[in-house]
Ligand binder design. Sequence first.
Ligand SMILES: Nc1nc2c(ncn2[C@@H]2O[C@H](COP(=O)(O)OP(=O)(O)O)[C@@H](O)[C@H]2O)c(=O)[nH]1
Ligand SMILES: [Mg+2]
Length: 297
Amino acid sequence: MQEATVYRAGTVALVGRPNVGKSTLLNRLVGQKLSITSARPQTTRHRIVGIVSQPAAQFVFVDTPGLQGRHAGRLNRALNQTASEGVRRDEVFVSFLDALSFGAADRAVLARAPRDRPVILAINKVDAVPDKTRLLPFIDELARVHPFAAIVPISARTGRQVPDLLAAIGPHLPAGASLYAQDDLTDRSERFLAAEFLREKLFRLLGDELPYATAVEVEQFEAAGRLRRIGASIIVDRPAQKAIIIGKGGEKLKTIATQAREDMEKLFGGRVYLEVWVRVRRGWMDDPRTLRALGYE
Ligand SMILES: Nc1nc2c(ncn2[C@@H]2O[C@H](COP(=O)(O)OP(=O)(O)O)[C@@H](O)[C@H]2O)c(=O)[nH]1
Ligand SMILES: [Mg+2]
């Protein structure tokens, strides 16, 4: 006789210090780019959900901004509020490490993981470890640090052992009905994702500190059949920043907008007409109205 399968559904928080690959994994799991990534720390500013539906389980992965130190003023406080809210609500935790590195920042993240919920350790970026025999002693060492429910070495970039990670999480989801429709990929709107794709290009294409002083607001979003007309503003703090983003002869802004448009067309499955402006709004990072309009508060 076959045992009746219990349907399980729940939220799974992806936690870890900046740059360990949380957003890359979310995208890999969902099979679409939803959460923006870059080589710079603290790219992710919003709580974003990526949904994986299987016949017997629904995983609702939650990518949260880690605790922030790079952004300024009230924006930084709002981001830290978002980061700590995640920890209260979520049911299973996946804690990330870069393969073979376990430092003070990683220890601090683990110390905040709730003791009453299962924590699964994902050791990411194993593709970057040439000598795989070094993984075993590393896993043994980590097993002594926290009572992990499981430890799974993965590569979010190549997808290696990502199914094993799902298999390790599944049994820890609570029994219950699905939280989203079976074909939902995320809880976020196309409008939100459009702003995020632009923001990603700022993080990838601009120098050092500038991305942390920018935000993106979608002012116009119209869908007609498979065509979308999107108008967006890049918000900066000072005129000098505006000049850098526009670049010589508008070249920089053109690259930013073209790359963002390509991402949008891929996800939305249709043509996008994208217009982008750069606006100076002095002190936007401390302005409650702007922060609210941008969804940070
Ligand atoms: N080699 C390698 N790099 C990765 C892997 N996963 C993520 N990265 C890179 O690590 C950087 C940070 O990734 P991201 O997902 O933004 O990290 P987050 O801050 O934890 O969300 C990016 O440059 C990724 O391409 C992986 O499995 N292998
Ligand atoms: Mg991220």
